[in-house]
Ligand binder design. Structure first.
Ligand code: FAD
Length: 499
């Protein structure tokens, strides 16, 4: 038995990151660890972060969440993807939906056939070949793992939820599994003089809480990772110019869409996230190109329902902590870095950090090779997501100063290589553990009007008639099956009525 085993874990902060960490660690390692979480109601949480990607279902499964109970308890809705409006050019829209697009044949992706069909004027808009998009555009939803009697996948989905209610829900699970919560403001930190590791935190009540491993979930302030350990920050604001968000909830207008909307504006973009009891809205923008007052006015002019609260400002700096793990502190959530919520990746990065923490779980020796390996993997994940977000800004044909700068700027080499390969050949290759799969990249590249010079030669293996039949069959199957689904509103109502 290894007697350097870690017993005492202290989680600093009780936002989405803190409670996700507490729920996951108590579910998986609760027998071995004493988990204490400290949070301050006086400080509160960031209070946004309501759209997710399908991987969250793995996390919810890991911590033992009943999905129907969770949807009702968090006023949640189902998410099939994101609609991007005015991103390429004003007046255009496309969707980045989850799940399969058409059907791959032989060794090549479906869109290679679609590209050939486009040249021959027999392809319909790409979304017509996606079950998720057909369901989304028709406001329909159901859990369908596969389209019966076909080779086509069914619905792939994530959620929208009220972030405060999600944290509360996770708290219930974590406490049931033995994690404990302390209310209080952390006012002091003590270090071990020998190695600089954090030994304890002190609360305003005078109570001292000692630990062996500290998880910093204190939000943008990075109480331990930055204020105490001065780890440093890698700044990406030269690529991602937005530095502020204004958020405002509104009353719902019409039935909830089973997708997020992202609407480009002259110096940023606006989100619309449908929940059962309200719609979350926000305008993410660059203060270099629009004032906060103008940005607020634009948001209030373009929301669909009546505001339910005053608009709230959230400044941010895009980038990541130089090391997510420093000494005996691991930063999760906003304390580890921030990439704007254009593709709903922050909660995923929390989940990813927790999964990797479990696989790299240390003992009291805190072996450097293990810490370095964790940091390398986290850095890789952040950088690939950063590239994907930059793509949305870079591939535009708009004419405002903000958008012109985004189009003309140098982008990271890793992104440049992807764009060049796609433009030349229509090909996309996913690297290592990169989060977004090829079909996700395709939808954004294509949706923002990057047109490949050619398509894969294997797409010519079909005759024109065969290709037309292949495209038509998929189109028909997708449309017919989507039309049979219940509406999203009906599905939620039935789910919550049964609770
Ligand atoms: P916080 O919510 O800020 O929590 C910090 C915690 O630390 C609080 O409990 C606070 O009380 C505690 N704390 C801090 N200092 C002290 C102290 N001294 N003593 C005691 N306690 C302390 N993510 C998505 O995945 N999807 C989205 O759609 C999305 N939209 C976003 C929109 C915006 C504008 C922003 C800014 C973020 C968005 N995010 C989104 C990110 C998401 O909100 C965060 O990743 C998530 O909420 C995690 O936040 P957190 O727990 O790290 O920090």
């Amino acid at each position: 038995m290894n007697d350097s085993r870690i017993r005492d874990v202290v989680i600093v902060g009780g936002g989405t990151a803190g409670w996700m960490a507490a729920a996951a660690l108590s579910a998986t390692m609760g027998e071995q660890l004493r988990i204490r979480l400290v949070e301050s109601e006086q400080i509160g949480t960031v209070g946004v972060g309501e759209a997710t990607i399908p991987a969250i279902r793995l996390f919810n499964g890991l911590v033992g969440i009943d999905e129907n109970e969770f949807i009702c308890a968090t006023q949640g809705s189902f998410k099939l993807g994101i609609e991007f409006i005015d991103w390429g050019r004003v007046g255009e829209s496309y969707m980045h939906v989850f799940g399969q697009l058409g059907q791959s044949l032989d060794l090549i992706e479906f869109w290679q056939y679609w590209l050939r069909g486009r040249e021959e004027a027999i392809s319909e808009p790409i979304g017509h070949y996606s079950f998720n998009e057909e369901a989304a555009r028709n406001l329909r939803f159901a859990r369908v793992p596969r389209i019966p009697n076909t080779h086509l996948d069914g619905i792939s989905y994530a959620f929208h939820f009220d972030a405060g209610l999600y944290a509360k829900f996770l708290r219930g699970l974590a406490e049931k599994n033995g994690a404990t919560r302390t209310e209080g403001m952390i006012t002091g930190v003590s270090r071990n003089p020998e190695n600089g590791h954090i030994r304890s935190i002190t609360l305003d009540s005078g109570e001292e809480i000692a630990g062996e491993l500290f998880i910093d979930c204190s939000g943008f302030r990075g109480l331990l990772i930055e204020q105490e350990l001065e780890t440093g920050y890698v700044d990406w604001t030269h690529w991602l110019l937005c530095d502020r968000a204004i958020a405002v909830p509104t009353e719902n207008v019409g039935p909830p869409r089973p997708y997020t909307q992202s609407i480009a504006h002259p110096a940023g973009w606006q989100w619309r996230i449908p929940l059962q009891h309200r719609t979350g809205n926000g305008h993410v923008f660059s203060t270099e190109y629009i004032s906060e007052d103008e940005a607020t006015a634009l948001l209030l002019k373009t929301v669909e329902g009546k505001p339910l609260a005053d608009p709230r400002t959230i400044p941010f700096k895009t980038g990541m902590r130089r090391k997510a793990w420093n000494a005996n502190v691991i930063a999760l959530g906003l304390s580890s870095g921030f990439i704007e919520p254009l593709e709903s990746t922050s909660i995923h990065l929390i989940q990813n950090g927790i999964a990797k923490l479990i696989s790299h779980f240390p003992d009291r020796e805190f072996r450097q090779a293990n810490v370095d390996a964790y940091n390398r993997r986290i850095e890789y994940d952040y950088e690939r997501i950063r590239d994907f977000i930059i793509l949305h800004y870079h591939a535009n044909q708009r004419d405002e100063a903000f958008w012109t700068r985004c189009r003309e700027m140098d982008v990271p080499d890793t992104l440049r290589d992807k764009i060049d390969l796609f433009r030349a050949t229509g090909r996309i290759f996913r690297e290592q553990e990169e989060l977004f799969v090829e079909v996700g990249w395709f939808q954004v590249l294509n949706g923002q009007n990057i047109v490949p010079e050619t398509y894969h030669p294997l797409a010519d293996a079909l005759t024109k008639e065969e290709l037309a039949g292949f495209l038509r069959d998929i189109r028909t199957i997708v449309a017919n099956n989507a039309a049979r689904l219940p509406t999203h509103a009906e599905f939620i109502a039935a789910t919550c009525a049964a609770q």
